[in-house]
Design a protein around this ligand. Structure first.
Ligand SMILES: Cc1cc2nc3c(=O)[nH]c(=O)nc-3n(C[C@H](O)[C@H](O)[C@H](O)COP(=O)(O)OP(=O)(O)OC[C@H]3O[C@@H](n4cnc5c(N)ncnc54)[C@H](O)[C@@H]3O)c2cc1C
Length: 357
């Protein structure tokens, strides 16, 4: 039997493992923590449903990923800058709310179960030298950090709600959000600059949401983390890099789960098809490069047209016939983005000197 070794049991590594093991491969995953989801424990995350051509859950099914985890569709979302509100009500889910971490119904635990059911051997509390594995799926690289986030998650009796808060008082150049799904809530702030002030912005965010929503948070606990990005896809000659360690992230808002799972699937398929590492990188480049380049342009636009607390951009999205379709066109390197790209790249290289762009 052919065997594959994977480093890291996040969504990317587990998606690759599930597909390889289903097709007769003997898969070992080295996970340095004692369980999956330990490093991102207990927060709610959004699985965005606008960057691809089909519903993300349908896409997961086609990639042999079952939804055996909490996955609540949200068609409605309020974006506010504290002065104006934009109430989006979409015909199809704008995103699905997932739990991350070690709770039974989290994405991480669901993927772990699917992998274990297929016979994957997850070696918890172990690591391995990169040169000894076939696939590297170790998540963000601090050298290429572009955003930091901090939040609390809690239990609540408040009804389901999703609110994005965008203004420079609550999250300079970033955003904050409140999500409540099925009795579980989370409030977080994400910053793209001035990381040292994260506590200050998070405190303001917390005050804002607590004074506007009767959340009565029970069992609150803190989480934090960072996102890393590169549009020069990270490569090694003899190893396949997938997920965030390869640079597959979204520089605009930091939605990385969809890319992580997709890259795990592409990696498994190229191994199953008997392709070499360099062929995987070609396929990955064709798929991801337009999305990564788009997100450089999107962040440039977001920061440059931030006047009136993003109301120009938000009005544009809100007044489009179909906001999800409109957003989709900005995630696939459209004609306008290609024109703006050289200026955006020039600006972003100066703005984020640590990133490999
Ligand atoms: C606060 C926060 C909020 C976020 N919100 C969203 C959101 O709402 N929507 C969204 O789409 N994305 C969100 N993201 C991004 C998303 O979590 C990541 O993009 C995604 O988890 C990346 O998946 P991955 O498999 O590449 O890496 P990870 O999920 O980071 O998994 C990597 C795994 O590898 C293990 N590992 C690392 N190094 C080693 C080693 N040397 N040996 C063995 N094991 C190792 C780690 O312990 C970990 O389990 C958020 C991120 C943060 C920090």
């Amino acid at each position: 039997m052919k065997s594959v070794k994977i480093l890291g049991a996040g969504p990317a590594g587990l998606a690759a493992a599930i597909n390889l093991s289903q097709n007769g491969y003997n898969v070992d995953i080295f996970e340095r923590n004692l369980d999956v989801g330990n490093n991102i424990n207990g927060n709610l995350q959004g699985l965005e449903n606008w960057s691809g051509d089909q519903d993300v859950i349908e896409e997961f099914k086609k990639m042999n990923i079952k939804t055996n985890f909490h996955c609540e569709p949200f068609n409605n979302l309020r974006i506010t800058n504290s002065k104006e509100n934009w109430d989006f009500s979409c015909e199809r889910p704008a995103f699905y709310v997932l739990k991350r971490g070690t709770d039974n119904n989290s994405l991480d635990q669901g993927l772990k179960k699917q992998a274990l059911d297929n016979g994957v051997n997850i070696r918890f509390g172990e690591t391995a030298p990169i040169s000894d594995v076939d696939i590297v799926a170790t998540g963000g690289d601090p050298k290429f950090k572009f955003a930091v986030g901090k939040g609390i998650s809690f239990e609540t009796e408040h009804k389901n709600v999703a609110v994005g808060l965008v203004n420079n008082y609550h999250a300079f150049k970033g955003y904050s959000y409140l999500l409540v799904s099925n009795g579980f809530g989370c409030i977080a702030t994400v910053l793209f600059e001035g990381f040292q002030d994260l506590n200050k912005y998070f405190k303001r965010t917390l005050d804002e949401f607590q004074s506007n929503f009767d959340l009565d948070e029970k069992y609150p606990h803190k989480f934090s983390g960072y996102g890393s990005f590169s549009n020069q896809i990270m490569k090694r000659e003899d190893q396949i890099l997938i997920g965030e360690i390869a640079g597959f992230q979204d520089l605009l808002w930091g939605f990385g789960i969809r890319n992580a799972v997709k890259s795990g699937f592409i990696a498994s398929k190229s191994i199953l098809d008997g392709k070499e590492c360099k062929d995987y990188y070609k396929i990955a480049e064709n798929y991801f490069k337009p999305k990564l380049n788009s997100s450089i342009v999107n962040r440039f636009i977001w920061e440059k047209f931030a006047s009136n607390n993003y109301s120009i951009i938000l009005n544009r999205i809100y007044n489009s016939n179909d906001p999800l379709k409109y957003l989709n066109s900005f995630h696939n390197f459209n004609f306008l983005q290609k024109l703006i790209y050289p200026f955006a790249l020039f600006y972003m290289k100066y703005r984020y000197p640590n990133l490999k762009l």
